[in-house]
Design a protein around this ligand. Structure first.
Ligand code: NAD
Length: 352
């Protein structure tokens, strides 16, 4: 008999193709008359298009969202939002843009409508990671949860194939760790399994055919569920390692996840036989860690931390840092085994 606690996060989700057309109706529901549209610099044209569509209901654009939510960018955005007299936020983009909206909402309580265009999943979590003077501090608050999330498959078609692959693997990592989380529960495990199946099926198609709408729909659906997993239960070794590696060597977020995941899963495998069976069933393979390593190859992701900027001398440092203040993990952290894991991820070797 299972004993568990299930903590659901409130969310209104609109999912489909062309769903961005429902934005004005959602503004009405929330009583918003002058929203600020947030984006990263490359997605500014998308944000401007949205402002045009919204006519007088958009106060303007702030298109300087940056990876890892630096506090100085948030403060700059706050000044612009006050000048614009905005009464709400619309964030169009990936985790970086969502992070900016969440950081502003934390400080102002402005309502947020988030339109995700990657598979990062931040829109489903009460978690906000902010960087101040190069140090990332993470907190959890229901204040940062968006009021509405609009998933529009059409807006994901432009996500380049390589980025789609790593972003999708980043999402799978949330679901894999949810399956063996300390707070795991049957509802989240259902979503996690469904999400892993959907993404594992969709990502190889997207890699060769980025505008395949069926695959895009499956991937975005999977990413949504992965975001729920991330927002509902605690993460373990894999997320701790990615956090440590990303912060120590300034490595790109999704790529780091894509590389580390097979190794973290192989490390935990002996401690979670039931999870491994579930993964075997959904992935249709005897070796789920190897399947994720192969999936990274099929979607064109790099498989060695050495190739994304980690120095070899960092293996020892990363091991030390991962051992200090570790997250809960189903398998205790053993120094030599952990160092071996990081070494293999550094070199791009097969997981074992
Ligand atoms: P990102 O938001 O930085 O996007 C990467 C790049 O892709 C950006 O230049 C962006 O403009 C571009 N892009 C996004 N969607 C596109 C599209 N459809 N077409 C073309 N270009 C597109 O990357 P990300 O991986 O989505 O997010 C990473 C950030 O999110 C990190 O800072 C991470 O810490 C954070 N994150 C937070 C949580 C949370 O729960 N708080 C969860 C996941 C990720």
């Amino acid at each position: 008999m299972d004993t568990f606690v299930y903590n659901g996060q409130p969310a209104r989700v609109i999912f489909g193709s062309g769903t961005i057309q429902q934005l004005p109706a959602e503004l009405d529901r929330l009583g918003l008359k002058r929203v600020a549209v947030l984006a990263t610099p490359p997605q500014e044209p998308e944000a401007r298009r949205l402002v045009e569509q919204l006519g007088g209901r958009a106060a303007g654009v702030y298109a300087r969202a940056t990876m890892h939510t630096p506090v100085e960018v948030t403060e700059d955005a706050l000044r612009v939002i006050v000048d614009l007299k905005a009464d709400g936020l619309v964030a169009v983009g990936g985790g970086s843009t969502t992070g900016l909206a969440k950081a502003i909402a934390l400080r102002t309580d402005l309502p947020q409508i988030v339109v995700p265009t990657t598979y990062a999943g931040s829109e489903m979590t009460p978690i906000l990671g902010e960087t101040r003077d190069g140090v990332k501090v993470t907190q959890s608050s229901p204040k940062v949860l968006p009021e509405v999330v609009i998933y529009d498959i059409d807006l994901t078609l432009s996500l380049p194939a390589a980025m789609s692959g790593t972003s999708g693997l980043n999402a799978i990592a949330h679901a894999v760790e949810a399956l063996y989380a300390r707070e795991r529960n049957p509802v989240i495990s259902l979503m996690a399994t469904e999400a892993i199946g959907a993404l594992a099926a969709a990502l190889p198609t997207i890699a060769v055919e980025p505008d395949n709408r069926e695959a895009r729909s499956k991937a975005l659906y999977g990413a949504w569920l992965c975001g729920i997993c991330l927002g509902s239960v605690g993460m373990a070794l894999h997320h701790k390692l990615c956090h440590t590696l990303g912060g120590s060597f300034d490595l790109p977020h999704a790529e780091t996840h894509a590389i580390v995941l097979p190794h973290a899963l192989a490390y935990n495998a002996p401690a979670v036989p039931d999870v491994m069976q579930r993964l075997r069933d959904v992935l249709g393979t005897d070796d789920p860690a190897m399947a994720l390593y192969d999936l990274a190859g099929r979607v064109g992701a790099r498989r060695a931390l050495a190739d994304i900027g980690m120095p070899e001398s960092g293996i020892e440092l990363a091991t030390d840092r991962a051992l200090s203040n570790p997250y809960w993990n189903p398998r205790p952290l053993e120094r030599e085994a952990l160092k071996g894991l990081i070494g293999r991820a550094y070199a791009g070797e097969r997981p074992r």
